[in-house]
Design a protein around this ligand. Structure first.
Ligand code: BG6
Length: 485
């Protein structure tokens, strides 16, 4: 497969870190597999500490590919690895790196016979928020801003004031159009599919409001613990790692008004409008938890009260959503690993049809699973086949990859790396959104709820289990029926 991407020099800061191993190198490999990488590409890994020679770094990348991609095709991995080198750099010293970028560009010019102006730079900052400002200063100092696109990882700052300061630094060096604030949840197929489901179906959009919908749950429990990321978690916590970013972005897609087009300006404007209508959080409706054993993790303080779990209630003060609670929950070391959005519909007013036992049937729910194999299910009530007029619960299921011929799903980072190379910022975040989301969460940062302990493998503290009226869909009884085979 060929593509028309321009030649690229990709510089990956934090190249020996967790994200690079788990997602970014595997993302590059998958792009290579699908023939979606630029024909002319150099990848320069960078960081403060050298992992050894280029060969040793390539071995490290190869191990990451074997671990996180699974079976690696040598015919693809070999040529990709050959394009990868490593150069140390720090906020105070980027000279060797700048030279390496120029050398890589010279090589590309020779190979591709193009002009320097045709060669793009992709600068990926996979570094902690505290390191971003100084790294940006270094990039400007070393003249690496021209022809560059800069990818910044969440969290963007740690509160409103630091997000503003960070943004000022970024914009001092880069044009806004060069900045790609990445939230990988927006690269997930199923998240983009929320737009298709809502706006391409006459069935759903007219029902997508407070008259029909009782509540919305955005539930991202994770089974894994902080797994060696203790120092990151101590500095960040679950609210900043997951809620102000991934979960709020999901809320934006579920709740936005019709953007009328799939393009950057339209999607950003629609998200900005809905975030503008989100009420600032009430700390009394926020539950923080910490799993038992977190304090024994490496690099975690013995008396840490950092939250590894958050559940919150959110309200949106606009005509569409007034009085509809949104419940967001996420945490580490929980009973299941899921990424589930549940839209719960009101019961019909006159409930003259009943199940045989005369009880209350489970509510109608539209359940969107944002897993790698995205699925949608709708729980409905129907007539039980037989002589009596009694209700039974049924499920409509849609397997988005299996059911769509010619599907070509991309993993989230694969999709977003491709978008950066294409220069498409539709699925990236604006600074206005970032600031508004910090404003919404600021009361919780100012008055942190007490962090309550919870058992590993549970559904978090009891206060969180009790937060939504009518209970959570996940972890509830009777067990979730939608995705049983
Ligand atoms: C990351 C968080 O951004 O997202 C992690 O830092 C979290 O803590 C991860 O585990 C979840 O992503 P995914 O794609 O596995 O749902």
């Amino acid at each position: 497969m060929t593509n028309d991407l321009p030649p690229h020099v990709l510089v990956l800061f934090g190249a020996t870190g967790d994200l690079a191993s788990r997602k970014l190198f595997p993302g590059l490999y998958r792009l290579a597999q699908d023939g979606r990488l630029p024909e002319h590409l150099a990848v320069i890994g960078s960081g403060r500490r050298s992992p050894g020679t280029d060969e040793e770094f390539r071995d490290h990348v190869r191990e990451a590919l074997e671990k996180f991609v699974g079976e690696v095709d040598e015919e693809l991995a070999g040529p990709l690895l050959e394009r990868i080198t490593f150069v140390t750099s720090s906020a105070d010293d980027g000279k060797d790196l700048a030279q390496a970028v120029r050398d890589a560009e010279d090589k590309i010019l020779e190979e591709a016979g193009c002009l320097l102006g045709d060669v793009r730079r992709l600068l990926y900052l996979s570094v902690p928020p505290s390191a971003v400002e100084s790294m940006v200063g270094m990039l400007a100092e070393e003249d690496l801003v021209d022809r560059s696109r800069l990818v910044a990882e969440k969290p963007f700052g740690t509160d409103l004031a630091s997000a503003r300061a960070l943004d000022a630094v970024l914009r001092d060096a880069f044009e806004e159009g060069q900045i790609f604030r990445i939230d990988h949840f927006l690269g997930k197929e199923a998240v983009q599919n929320i737009l298709a489901l809502r706006f391409a179906n006459g069935l759903f959009e007219p029902a997508w409001n407070r008259h029909t919908i009782e509540s919305v749950q955005i539930d991202v429990p994770e089974k894994l613990t902080v797994e060696g990321r203790g120092s990151f978690y101590e500095g960040t916590g679950c609210l900043r790692d997951m809620v102000t970013t991934h979960l709020c972005q999901l809320l934006g897609f579920v709740a936005l008004e019709d953007p009328h087009a799939y393009r950057e300006s339209a999607i950003r404007a629609a998200k900005a409008a809905v975030f503008g209508a989100v009420r600032v959080l009430d700390p009394d409706r926020v539950v923080f938890g910490q799993y038992d054993g977190y304090r024994d993790e490496p690099d975690v303080a013995d008396d840490s009260d950092v939250e590894t779990f958050v559940a919150i209630e959110v309200w949106i003060d606009n005509d569409r959503w007034r009085d509809v609670p949104f419940y967001l929950r996420t945490g580490k070391a929980l009973a299941e690993g899921r990424r589930t959005i549940t839209i719960r519909f009101h019961d019909p007013r006159h409930r003259w049809l009943k199940p045989e036992d005369g009880g209350t049937p489970a509510p109608n729910e539209l359940v969107i699973e944002l897993a790698d194999d995205p699925r949608i299910a709708i729980d409905v009530r129907a007539k039980r086949p037989g002589p009596d007029m009694a209700l039974v619960e049924g499920v409509f299921r849609l397997d988005l990859v299996g059911d769509a011929p010619g599907s070509d799903p991309l993993e989230a980072y694969e999709r977003l790396l491709l978008d950066v190379m294409r220069g498409d910022r539709t699925l990236f975040i604006s600074s206005g959104e970032v600031e508004r989301l910090w404003e919404i969460c600021q009361p919780v940062l100012d008055r942190r709820p007490e962090t309550q302990p919870y058992e590993q493998g549970s559904w978090g503290p009891q206060d969180a289990v009790d937060l939504p009226l009518g209970g959570w869909r996940l972890g509830n009884h009777p067990p979730d029926r939608s995705f049983k085979s």
